[in-house]
Ligand binder design. Sequence first.
Ligand SMILES: [Zn+2]
Length: 103
Amino acid sequence: MHRIDCPWCGTRDEAEFQYQGDATVVRPDPDASEEAFFRYVYLRENPKGWHTEWWHHVGGCRQWVKVVRNTLTHEIFATGRAQEDLPLPGTRAKPRRRTRPKQ
Ligand SMILES: [Zn+2]
């Protein structure tokens, strides 16, 4: 069983979360082509290895959590809030792991 570090709740069981998709997709500019919007809405990569994803903490705070997860091993490298840029493993920047103080 895997556990996910929610930035708001702390470490919780994966069963409390739902996968919500690719967090690397960027909405095209309003004047972009129909083809660009088609790709934005319908086409997704199927990466093997590290990937940045959205997970929704449906069984907890109901916030969206950004997660860097290995699609082969399900290992989680980093989690963060939606606006955070989370590096992939092997990059120089350190991931911003959030831990909640023990209560
Ligand atoms: Zn939460």
